[in-house]
Design a protein around this ligand. Structure first.
Ligand SMILES: Nc1ncnc2c1ncn2[C@@H]1O[C@H](COP(=O)(O)OP(=O)(O)OP(=O)(O)O)[C@@H](O)[C@H]1O
Ligand SMILES: [Mg+2]
Length: 311
């Protein structure tokens, strides 16, 4: 049984400008102790996909498909049933540590509350465990720091505190949305190491626009482009043999591989092209790519790609 199995998921928003098709027919599976990196440029639908899993979208959102968490369809659960899963079994480490922590509560108390809520420990034990968690995420002088407020923490320390909250709850699935965004190089490296060490025995969906960060932490990589997955493979295979022109373009844009950006911009999610969504930016585009929307096909064992070059 997979921990998470997303089947043909569509998440769309009705807006004044039209229907925003943020997530389109996504299929993705996460096994026990497996860490999957979801990689793609800004606006491609990564956060919307993760919010769909944890059901943090406004009720007017149109969601179709299945999200099976341990074989149970999350989309069919009542809000009360969902509350039992959210935070306790599926934890989300959010993108913005400044707004994710409560400014008027001491950091230690916020971690203790998460532990108390989800692990059924007594309040005093939860407080002790919170200090242990702060130590585990390498916050110096953890006992003293536990009594400080979020504004007394640096950006990197806030992110660590959020990771501590996420990990405190015996979760079986962690969704981490850009936990290294906005951090300086040194802090970023520390957080990456921390995430890697502390999620060894967990399942995780790790969201980032940075392929190299995903590679450090994840076993598999899912490349997302304009609301759909375009490549999926083991991390090593993506690096040794990137198949999709978009993935190849991302590699070519890395500082150590030529710093050559992909030309053009991704299409509007309100007005998606009928053929390949990468058509206009692709160096290998042919006439057929303009009109035919490619399916995801398996090229080698476990290496999937959505591109007519391989059809
Ligand atoms: N509530 C909403 N109503 C309408 N459109 C939305 C809503 N939430 C997100 N979108 C749109 O869905 C698209 C995908 O957004 P999303 O936040 O998932 O991107 P992302 O891949 O996480 O980007 P980033 O890397 O910048 O975080 C964007 O075009 C965004 O404007
Ligand atoms: Mg996002």
């Amino acid at each position: 049984m997979s921990v998470l199995e997303i089947i043909d998921l569509k998440t769309w928003f009705q807006t004044q400008d039209g229907l925003v098709k943020a997530v389109n027919s996504v299929n993705l599976r996460i096994e026990k102790n497996e860490r999957v990196g979801l990689v793609g440029e800004t606006g491609c639908g990564k956060t919307v996909l993760s919010f769909s899993i944890i059901r943090l979208l406004q009720p007017t959102t149109m969601i179709e498909g299945k999200i099976l968490y341990k074989s149970k369809d999350i989309l069919k659960l009542s809000e009360r049933e969902m509350q039992k899963i959210r935070g306790k079994e599926i934890a989300m480490i959010l993108q913005n540590p400044t707004t994710a922590l409560n400014p008027v509560l001491k950091v230690g108390d916020q971690i203790a509350e998460a532990i108390w809520l989800h692990q059924g420990l007594k309040k005093k034990e939860a407080k002790e465990k919170a200090v242990e968690m702060l130590e585990a995420v390498k916050i110096p002088l953890a006992e003293k720091r536990a009594n400080e407020y979020p504004h007394q923490f640096s950006g990197g320390m806030k992110e660590r505190a959020l990771i501590a909250i996420g990990l405190a709850c015996c979760t079986s699935l962690i969704i981490a949305d850009e936990p290294t965004r906005g951090l300086d190089v040194t802090t970023k490296a520390q957080i990456i190491k921390l995430m890697k060490d502390m999620t060894k025995q967990r399942s995780m969906l790790f969201i980032t626009h940075d392929l190299e960060v995903a590679a450090e932490i994840c076993d598999n990589i899912a490349m997302m482009y304009a609301g759909e997955l375009v490549e999926y493979a083991k991390t090593d295979d993506v690096f040794k043999n990137p198949l999709h022109p978009y993935t190849q373009g991302i590699f070519n844009s890395l500082p150590n591989r030529g710093l050559k950006p992909i030309k053009g911009m991704s299409p509007s999610l309100i007005d998606l092209p009928s053929g390949c969504r990468f058509y206009q930016r692709c160096d290998y585009a042919r006439e057929i790519c303009k009109n035919r929307h490619p399916e995801m096909v398996e090229m080698e064992n476990g290496h999937f790609v959505r591109c007519l070059l391989y059809d």
